[in-house]
Ligand binder design. Structure first.
Ligand code: 2NL
Length: 356
C-alpha cells in the first residue's frame, strides 16, 4: 500500500511505484470495461490516489521534486498502459468466444408446420361456396338470443317441448343460447323487405350430451323468400346442393314431417353415395344400413305465422327453408364413425384433413 505519510522524496517515489504495482494486481481481476474504467478513475481521477500523492510534493525539497515528478509520470503511464492491455485482452477474448461458437450454417432450417382447417370448418366453407354459387348470401348472428327470436317468431309456442329447461340452455337476464340458427333468418327478415336469399351457418346449443349428441354443434340453415318461391324450388336447391357436396350421382328423397315453422314440412334424405343405393352393395352398406338413403336434415315451406312475426305479407311472398347439422355432413363425407372425434382436438385425427 502506498504510504500517505511519505516523508522523503524516496518514500514518495516508492509510493508511486507501489501504486502502479497495486493497480496491476487489481486490474488483473476485473472482467468488464466498466469495472476497469472505474478502477482507473480511483487511481488517476481528480480525487484519485495519484492526485493525493502529488499533494505531498510540497513537503519535498525543491531539488528532489523533478525526480518524484518522473516517478509520478511513470506510474500514470504504467496504469494507463495496464488499462489498455486489459481492455484489449477482454475484447479479444470476447471475439474468440464468438468465433468459437459451433454453428453449422449448412444445416437446413427448422421449417414451419402448416396447419389446416378443422373438418367442421372445411364442411362449412364448402357449403358456403356451393350456396354462394346459387346466389345465397352468408349471414351470422348472436349466439345468446331472446326467446322471441329463437322460438316465438318461429311459431313455437311457450308450451312447446323444445322450450323446456331440459332442452334449452337458459342464461342470466332471461336469455337463452340459440338452439338453432333460425333467429339469424328472423333478424334478417326483420331488418329489411323481401326478397331474402341467405344461409346461416353457426354453432347452436342444446342440453344433450351422449354418443350421438354434443351440447354445442354447428348447423347451417337456408332461407329463400320471394314472390312465387315454390316447393319445386326447394327440391331443385336441395338436389343441386347434394350433387355438388356428395357427388353428381346423388339424388334426394323427401319424407313428410313436422316442424312448427314450416308447412308442409319434410325430412331430407340423400341417396347413399357409398353404395349408390344399388343392390347387392346396398344390402351390406355400413353407411345407409341397407336402406339406400341417409338423412341429412329437415325442410319445408315457411309457415305463414313466421311471415306474420317479421311483418312480411303472406299473400305477397312465399319461401322455403331447410336446416342441417354440419357434424353429420362431415361424418358422412369423410367416413368419421364417432361424433366426439370432432371435439377432442387429437392431432392424430385432425392431421388426416390436410390443407387442400
Ligand atoms: C333440421 C330442421 C329446419 C328450418 C329448419 C326455418 C327457418 C325459418 C323459417 C322456417 Cl326463419 N324454417 N328453418 C325449416 C325446416 C327445418 O331444420 O333438421 N335441422 C338440423
Amino acid at each position: 500500500m502506498a504510504s500517505e505519510g511519505a516523508g522523503t522524496a524516496q518514500d514518495l517515489v516508492r509510493s508511486f511505484e507501489a501504486l502502479a504495482a497495486e493497480f496491476q494486481i487489481e486490474v488483473a481481476g476485473l472482467s468488464s470495461e466498466d469495472e476497469i474504467r472505474f478502477a482507473q478513475s480511483r487511481y488517476l481521477g481528480k480525487k484519485g490516489r495519484a492526485t493525493e500523492l502529488m499533494k505531498l510534493l510540497g513537503r519535498i525539497p525543491q531539488a528532489d521534486r523533478p525526480g518524484v515528478g518522473v516517478a509520478a509520470n511513470q506510474a500514470r503511464e504504467a496504469i494507463e498502459r495496464l488499462v489498455e492491455v486489459r481492455l484489449t485482452a477482454l475484447s479479444q477474448a470476447a471475439l474468440t468466444a464468438e468465433l468459437g461458437r459451433s454453428v453449422d450454417v449448412t444445416l437446413p432450417g427448422r421449417g414451419v408446420r402448416k396447419g389446416s382447417l378443422h373438418p367442421l370448418s372445411r364442411v362449412r366453407v364448402e357449403i358456403e361456396q356451393i350456396f354462394h354459387g346459387m346466389g345465397f348470401e352468408v349471414r351470422t348472428g348472436p349466439l345468446i338470443e331472446t326467446e322471441w327470436h329463437n322460438f316465438d317468431a318461429l311459431n313455437t309456442p311457450a308450451d312447446h317441448p323444445a322450450r323446456d329447461m331440459q332442452d334449452t340452455f337458459f342464461v342470466e337476464g332471461g336469455r337463452i343460447l340459440r338452439s338453432h340458427t333460425s333467429p339469424v333468418q328472423i333478424r334478417t327478415m326483420l331488418a329489411g323487405p323481401p326478397p331474402v336469399k341467405i344461409i346461416a351457418p353457426g354453432n347452436v346449443f342444446r342440453r344433450d350430451d351422449d354418443a350421438t349428441h354434443t351440447p354445442m354443434f354447428p348447423q347451417c340453415e337456408c332461407l329463400h323468400v320471394d314472390k312465387n318461391v315454390s316447393f319445386e324450388d326447394l327440391k331443385a336447391t336441395l338436389i343441386t346442393f347434394v350433387q355438388r357436396f356428395f357427388g353428381p350421382a346423388t339424388d334426394i328423397r323427401l319424407r313428410p314431417s313436422f316442424f312448427p315453422f314450416t308447412e308442409p314440412s319434410a325430412e331430407v334424405d340423400a341417396s347413399c353415395f357409398l353404395c349408390q343405393g344399388k343392390l347387392p352393395a346396398r344390402s351390406t352398406c355400413r353407411l345407409c344400413k341397407g336402406t339406400g338413403w341417409i338423412e341429412i336434415g329437415g325442410s319445408g315451406m315457411v309457415h305463414p305465422n313466421v311471415f306474420k312475426a317479421v311483418g312480411y305479407d303472406k299473400f305477397d311472398v312465399t319461401g322455403f327453408a331447410f336446416g342441417m347439422g354440419l357434424s353429420r355432413m362431415a361424418m358422412l363425407k369423410y367416413g368419421v364413425a364417432d361424433l366426439r372425434l370432432f371435439y377432442e382436438n387429437d392431432l392424430r385425427f385432425l392431421q388426416q384433413f390436410p390443407a387442400g
